[in-house]
Structure formats: structure tokens, C-alpha cells
Design a protein. Structure first.
Lengths: 360, 360
DNA sequence: TTGTATGCGTTATCAA
DNA sequence: TTGATAACGCATACAA
């Protein structure tokens, strides 16, 4: 059967410029033709270089260089049935907490020689679903995701397709997939116990919306701490926000600081550092001294917490380690056929700084 | 020729669970068999639903649902030769400036119904190259990149492969590709002129390494401003850092504030906001009042600049717009065959805040 | 050691 | 409207 060779090397003689941009990209076929070997040999040079003699290999490699050959990953993957990329679907790429987690994921991916694609769901359910769908279609090796809601059915859909999934910074009771999270209830307790130790009796909790898992957990830990100390007559004032951003923190600060001094809490525990930074900013704007008039505890211990002009006391999560461990679980699941899902839970720790320094 | 049908629907009868995770994922072929139609019809349902009768379409769609059919993007792309994903190779995913740019890219990608993958080169040349290689192999539609060095030859390599490339936040004189950047020389000038206007005569420039394009440009603008004002006897003290991070800012602050008060600059222009925040933190730690004893100007106007306890004067770049425009150029290049490379340059503006408020 | 043939899942062309 | 078939580029099993 006469095969029509729509050659590439034929009309493009200039060795300086691999190939005119317009024409078809050269494939193994073209390389084979240029090197005067067969297609299979080129493939061997690429995948089992040891099985081809040095001189032949050299010729083939030179041909690849001349032609500017680039492997077609689609074809490769179609053939192989598997891919070597993983993805992390982040909840909010502008929150330093998640970029730090991503760094940890990247560490692990690097070691395993995988490439990592970051996707930002930006707290939008439609976007999250859209990314997961695309990732499924791309047949990536696995997906790490910090979901908006770990109970969303489309997460299960991904799992049902046989795609390895690890949920990061959230967890679910039913073990349909691995997860790596931090004990937020305990973190909330840590924060409030710290404030109680400092003698605060009226403490505000700032964060929201309450539907967010982390917020609920941290609040519940905070409540538990207050309850335990109830003999001291401590109380918790909840100020709910619409989101976990600096702007929302400012906003909440406005409300909090607007309260009559008599009833105003003397300390605030913010559900994350962004909110805490916003609150801090509002304090400065309104001339409220921190920590003298208002002590502040944040959560996450992002780099900007320590860098705030009044360094922020915060509950530290092992962000990078979170990512690393999640990636490790993913790789394990992807390689081990009879893998058992695991729920890894880290323990946070309190980092005390100036924003809660004992006055005097 | 007898075709062996390794059926999928055959052994998996439970309608509740699409397919056992172990077996091959169902393809169009399986859907066709299940729906009792031919392969081409399934394809039509997917790509030209109008060319298939309603009842048939319904049957096919039901079969897809039952089997849990997911398109194989690799095969699609192999066949089509093109992809509908773009990527943004970021210089530093932990720097809010770049995540904001990424948001802008995402805006545009969303509109065009493309998916965006974020890659973080993390300032490492090997990683940048590795990502670009993979992206090339994946035959993505195009690549946005903030390169470590826009003169690196591997960037040209990507362009030579016919891959649409838009350089973000850097530029090169030769127009081998599009670029979207901000006039950093002007930005540097803005910052320093502001300080000169406030009466400062001894100004520090903090940033580095000097090899980074932005640093060099901002410094040169700063120098020009000082030179213009030389009649006033102003001078510029350069404090070079190893990077553009908060930690480096603190570090530089230590050095700067260690100078004898007499010779110490009364104002500092930092090459970015992270460095400025570090400096600010150091000032607070050492009890140096801002702006009374040291005025500070940052660069980028990231959200944390305004949120700093002493709100930071900064040179604002249209971060999101930068990303949007870059993505738009990329799409244009990808679709328009006789596209002309463009160098878009935005103009930054100064946002004055408390960190340079005139004392008194 | 090198060459040949086949199929991965999809889409498009063309014939029915 | 629907069905059969040929690519897309690569990797592998197998033959030479």
C-alpha cells in the first residue's frame, strides 16, 4: 500500500531554523526518515536508549535536534493509558495559606518527577466542577483538591471514575478517599485557651460564613474552651463574616469596634490570618491599641502574620507538610492497587506574638 | 475480521455504580454497543447533537450516563491536533502580585471557555524550562510566562516550535513574541519623586538581586529622579537584597537601620511590597517610627500593602488587567494566523498612604 | 540490534 | 439520519 509521505524535512533545508512554523510538527516518522532508520528505532532511542547502538542513537538524536522534534504527549498518553501529571485544585490561589500548601505538593511532585498543574476554583462551585471534569477527561494521574464542600456529589463522581483523589485541609467521615487535614477544633481551642490564660473574659470569634467547615470547627473548639472555663464567667461573641478575606476582616472590625467600650470584647480570635490582618488594620485606623485594648489571634500563621507591624499571634498549621503528605498519599494510591484510604490529621500549634502580649 | 469485544457493560450490571474501578474506562465504542447504535452516531451526539434524532440521542445519552462515560481528552486532542488549555508559568506563586495577575488571566480564559493551568517556576530556571517543555509536549494552545530571564534561549525554543507565547511583566527589545509589561522605570521615578516632593534628601533603594529586570528598571527610574533633582543635593543609597521576599526586607532593614542616625536615609523605596513589609516590620521591631523617622514606598500595591498596620504607600500596577490583556493577546495570536507581535506597556501610578505621610 | 505491524479513543469523511 | 472506516502520533510485541 503506497503511503503518502507528506515529508517535513524535504522542503525545509535551513538547519538554523528547525521548521517553518506553519507546517506540521515533525513526528517520530519524520525523525526516522531523516535519520535513515525505522520508526521503531526512533522510539527505542526515546524509551530504551540502551537497546540501540551508539552511532545509530547519535544519528537519531541529531535528527531530532535538526527537526526540532517534540514528543506528542497526547499520543503518548493515549497509548500508555496513564499520565504523569497531577493537579491541585485550590480553593483560593490568592490566599497565602494555599500557595504554601501548593509548595509542599510541588516538593513531592518534583521528587517523583511528576508535573503539577495548579487550578484555582476561587471558591466557586462551578469552577471547581469544571476543573475536576477537565482533569478527569485529561486522565491525569490523580487529583488533590481542597473542595468548597467535601460533601459535593461531584467529588464522588471523580472517585467513582477510579481517579485517585486526596482531599486537602478538609475531611469527611466516610472514607471514600484519602484526606489530609488539621485538627481545627483543637486549633480553635488552643487559640481561645491562650486568650483565657491571659485573663480575657469576653472574647470575640470572627469569621464566616458558618457553612465553611473550618469556620465551624474552629468556632466549636473555641466554644468548648470557653465552656470549660465557664467557672470564670467567660463568654464568646460571634461576629460572622461573608468570607475570609482582609476586606471582610476590616468590615467585621468596624462592627466590633463600634460596640460600647464596656461591652466590647477585649480579645478577638479570627478564623484566619487574612481576617485578622483586616481587623488589625481597622484597629490602627480607629486608634485602638493592640494588644492593650484588643488582643488578636489569627489562624494559619501565614508569612504576613509575622510580618504585620503588630506581629500576629496565630495558630500554625503545617502548611507545606500538609501538601507534601497529601501528594505522597496520592502517589501511593496511584501506584498501589490495593491501597487503603487514610485520613491523616495534623495537630496545629499556637505561635504567640505581640498581638496578644500581656499588657504590662 | 473478528473484533474481540472486551465489553464493559457485560459484567457490570449494577446501575448504581457506573463501572468497577478496575476495568478499562468505557469509550465511545462501549457507549455505542450499550445504546445499540454505531460508533459514529455516538460521536455525532457528542459533537453535532443536531444531526441525530431526538430518541436516538436520548438513548445514547442514557447509555453514557449508565456507563459513566468520560471523553478521553488525549484521543480528542491527538485527533484534533489542538488543545483548549492554556498555561501560565508564574515566577513565584507565593507572591500575591502574581496570583493577582493569574486572576486576570483566569478571567479571560473563563470568557473564552478555556481552562487555565498554573505552573510555578518558583524562580528556578530548571523548573521553568521543565514546565515549558512539558507544555510543549502537551501541545497546549498557548503559554503565558513571567520568565526568570526573558533572554533565556529556551524561551525562543518554545516560540520556534510555533507555540504562541506571551511574556508577562517582562519585555525584550526584539519582538519575537508578545509581551505585556508595566513601565518600571517610570514607576521607580514616581516613587522617588514622591519622596523628593516630601522633602527627603537622602533616599534608600532596597531590592535585588540587581540582575532581575524589574529591579534594574525601578532603580534606574529612581536614579533618574534623583539626578533630575540633583540641584537639591539629593542622594540615593542602594541596599541590595538576595531576593524579593519579606525575609529579605527584614534583613535589609536591619542593615539600613543599623546606620548612624546622621547618615541614615530618611526614606526608603523598596523594589516590591514584600520587601517593604519586611522593612516595615523591622522598623517596628527596632522602634523606628514610620513615617516620622523613615518613610517607606513599596511597589506592586498588593492587598497586604494597604492592610499593613502602617498602610504602605506603593506604586500600583494594574495586576489583574496585566493578566487579562496578556491572555487576550495569547488568544489573538492563537487564532489569527497573520498575527503581529505586540509589546503592551502599562503605566503605573502612585498610591500615597500613611507610610509616607508628611510628618506634622 | 533493527524493522514491521497493530491498536490506543476520537473525529471526520463518505457511502448507505 | 446513520454506519463503516481511515487517520492522528506513539509505543510495544514480535519478526527479521
Amino acid at each position: 500500500m503506497a503511503q503518502r509521505f507528506t515529508g517535513v524535512g524535504g522542503t525545509c533545508e535551513d538547519p538554523g531554523m528547525p521548521q517553518a512554523p506553519q507546517m506540521r510538527a515533525p513526528g517520530v516518522k519524520d525523525v526516522a526518515a531523516a535519520a535513515g532508520v525505522s520508526l521503531g528505532t526512533v522510539s527505542n532511542v526515546l524509551n530504551r536508549p540502551d537497546r540501540v547502538s551508539a552511532p545509530t542513537r547519535a544519528r537519531v538524536e541529531q535528527a531530532m535536534l535538526d527537526l526540532g522534534f517534540v514528543r506528542n504527549e497526547s499520543a503518548r498518553q493515549l497509548r500508555a493509558g496513564r499520565s504523569s501529571t497531577v493537579a491541585y485544585v485550590m480553593l483560593d490561589a490568592t490566599n497565602p495559606f494555599f500557595t504554601d500548601v501548593a509548595q509542599g505538593v510541588e516538593d513531592a511532585a518534583d521528587e517523583a518527577d511528576l508535573s503539577l498543574f495548579l487550578c484555582n476554583s476561587d471558591n466557586r462551585i462551578a469552577r471547581e466542577r469544571s476543573y475536576l471534569d477537565r482533569l478527569l477527561q485529561q486522565r491525569v494521574m490523580g487529583v488533590l483538591v481542597t473542595p468548597i464542600d467535601p460533601h459535593e456529589p461531584h467529588l464522588d463522581h471523580v472517585v467513582a471514575q477510579g481517579m485517585p483523589v486526596v482531599v486537602v485541609d478538609r475531611r469527611r467521615d466516610v472514607a471514600t478517599h484519602c484526606s489530609v487535614s488539621v485538627d481545627d477544633v483543637f486549633g480553635g481551642r488552643l487559640a481561645v485557651e491562650h486568650l483565657l490564660d491571659l485573663g480575657h473574659e469576653c472574647i470575640a470569634f470572627i469569621g464566616g460564613p458558618a457553612s465553611v467547615g473550618q469556620v465551624a470547627d474552629r468556632l466549636s473548639g473555641a466554644r468548648a474552651a470557653v465552656a470549660d472555663a465557664t467557672g470564670g464567667g467567660a463568654e464568646l461573641v460571634v461576629v460572622e463574616t461573608q468570607g475570609m478575606t482582609v476586606a471582610e476582616g476590616r468590615n467585621a472590625g468596624e462592627r466590633l469596634l463600634g460596640m460600647a467600650r464596656k461591652h466590647r470584647p477585649t480579645a478577638a480570635f479570627c478564623a484566619n490570618d487574612l481576617v485578622a490582618l483586616g481587623l488589625l488594620q481597622q484597629c490602627v485606623a480607629l486608634g485602638v491599641r493592640v494588644p492593650e485594648e484588643l488582643a488578636i489571634v489569627g489562624y494559619d500563621d501565614i508569612e504576613f502574620a509575622a510580618a504585620a507591624a503588630v506581629p500576629l499571634t496565630s495558630v500554625r498549621q503545617p502548611r507545606r507538610e500538609l501538601g507534601r503528605r497529601a501528594a505522597a498519599l496520592l502517589l501511593e494510591e496511584a501506584s498501589d492497587p490495593d491501597h487503603q484510604h487514610q485520613q491523616v490529621v495534623f495537630t496545629p500549634e499556637l505561635v504567640a506574638r505581640q498581638s496578644t502580649r500581656r499588657p504590662g
